[in-house]
Design a protein around this ligand. Structure first.
Ligand SMILES: Cc1ncc(C[n+]2csc(CCOP(=O)(O)OP(=O)(O)O)c2C)c(N)n1
Length: 455
């Protein structure tokens, strides 16, 4: 039994458990991975001694398996995963937005806090009005991030603009934090001739080279192996920054998640895997999505430090991301964060979530609204007033209405843009297709929006 305790102890002790402060387990080890004496290993994965090659008799305490030191036990039973304690969840504010006693050291400074809060309010306003505009048929599709404002803005604020971001689609708040204007959001959703993506992407599939935000891909989880690869390339090039991959807990069920985690940990890629666990993947609740200790619990299996955080607590999100970033920069190896929150909105404008979840559930989560929680803390500090609240919301509302009108008035790109940019010169077969479409469009102008130049 002593040996079993030791086994569990070593598994737990290496998992970045949070005690009074916020700390990540150091080193690359996950459960049961220990460093070996220098004399037995010449370099990682290249063991030289007989013992390291897998030897060791019954009298030994540990099974030395290459660079892994595994305790022996003689108590045979199938270990129930529930014997391993869940990773606890780091938070600083309680559900009502009150600072938890002893967390004073985590309080953010005034200007940063106010900037974060203002951006959260602007994000809420952007989402509310863009959602309504889509419902009025002004553009084809939209997704909001209601309920996850603290997750996105708290983490964005803790990153540097130099950090490369591979997002899923519900993290547009990061672009807002990095300086994308309301007008630029609207131009992308309308796919007009000012859209950086030239109208070729679905709405909300933003991308900004100058802000180091890679273009969103609709197929889930493709961004994770891409992020691991980009992080590895940046490491080889000595790039001064990390790579971040945002994804939902639903996306974490794709094979790409596991491939990315394994590549990142074995190649020691400086990447932050940032899971937004909002409880739902369209109509699939998270308890049908996985068993075990959620997404963060998978970190130790990949030898990767992991943190679980209250994603509705902006201050906790900021510190968790900052701590993870510092760890990645120092160790040049990956970290996994799981931000626990709730998707308060429908999945997208193509969804009606009242068909598969209870109104009472949505109301219960509304009571923990991350924006209201952060506002209460700011007010408690004496840093936010009703006047400022009215002013920021009013200004944001006016601005969004204006940019929607402006984006709508702007021309779409000429039809010809459909076939440009893929090849250096438009190949014959595409030219032929384009000429056919152009002829059809000229003969059937009533089928095309009148702001698409047919040229
Ligand atoms: C490979 C792939 N499978 C399925 C889909 C359809 N799909 C789009 S979003 C989504 C749910 C994703 O949920 P989650 O990752 O939890 O993110 P959330 O929408 O909750 O933020 C699904 C199944 C897709 N886009 N790509």
């Amino acid at each position: 039994m002593l040996a079993l305790n030791r086994l569990l102890g070593s598994a737990l002790g290496k998992r970045g458990l949070l005690g009074s402060g916020l700390a990540l387990a150091s080193g690359s080890g996950g459960a049961a991975r220990c460093s070996v004496p220098a004399t037995t290993t010449s370099s990682r994965g290249k063991s030289t001694s007989k013992e390291a090659a897998g030897g060791g008799g019954a009298e030994d305490e540990f099974y030395q398996f290459r660079d892994q030191k595994i305790p022996y036990i003689q108590d045979l039973h199938i270990r129930d995963p529930s014997e391993v304690t869940s990773l606890p969840c780091f938070r600083v504010l309680d559900d009502r937005g009150k600072l938890i006693s002893g967390c004073e050291k985590f309080e953010l400074e005034k200007d940063l806090s106010k900037d974060m809060y203002r951006t959260m309010v602007r994000l809420q306003t952007l989402d509310t009005l863009f959602y309504e505009a889509q419902r009025q048929g002004r553009f084809s599709f939209y997704m909001t991030c209601f309920g996850e404002e603290a997750t996105v803005i708290g983490s964005a604020a803790a990153l540097e603009t130099a950090d490369h971001v591979f997002a899923q689609y519900r993290e547009h708040g990061l672009l807002l934090w990095r300086g994308q204007t309301f007008q630029e959001f609207a131009d992308q959703c309308y796919g007009n001739n000012r859209d950086f993506g030239k109208g070729r992407q679905m709405p909300i599939h933003y991308g900004r080279k100058d802000l180091n935000v890679h273009t969103i891909s609709s197929p889930l989880t493709t961004q994770l192996p891409q992020a691991a690869g980009a992080a590895y390339a940046n490491k080889l090039n000595g790039y001064d920054g990390i790579t971040v991959a945002y994804f939902g807990e639903g996306a974490a069920s794709e094979g790409d998640f596991h491939a990315a985690m394994n590549f990142a940990s074995t190649l020691a890629c400086p990447v932050l895997f940032f899971c937004r666990n909002n409880g739902w993947a369209i109509s699939t609740p998270s308890d049908e999505q996985y068993t075990g200790d959620g997404i963060a619990g998978r970190g130790s299996a990949y030898g990767m430090p992991a943190l679980r955080v209250d994603g509705m607590d902006a201050i906790a999100m900021y510190h968790a991301t900052k701590t993870a970033r510092e760890y990645i920069m120092e160790h040049k190896s990956p970290v996994l964060i799981e931000a626990m929150s709730y998707r308060s909105s429908h999945h997208s404008t193509s969804d009606d979530s009242s068909r598969y979840r209870e109104i009472s559930e949505m109301q219960a989560w509304k009571a923990r609204d991350p924006v209201a929680r952060f506002q209460i803390w700011l007010e408690d500090k004496g840093w936010w007033s009703d006047e400022e609240e009215t002013e920021v919301r009013g200004e944001a509302r006016k601005e969004v209405m204006k940019v929607l009108d402006a984006a709508e008035r702007e021309n779409k790109l000429p039809l010809r843009e459909m076939v440009t940019d893929v090849y250096d010169e438009v190949p014959q077969h595409l030219e032929k297709q384009y000429q056919e479409i152009k002829k059809f469009a000229q003969e059937n102008k009533h089928l095309f929006p009148n702001n698409v130049p047919i040229e």
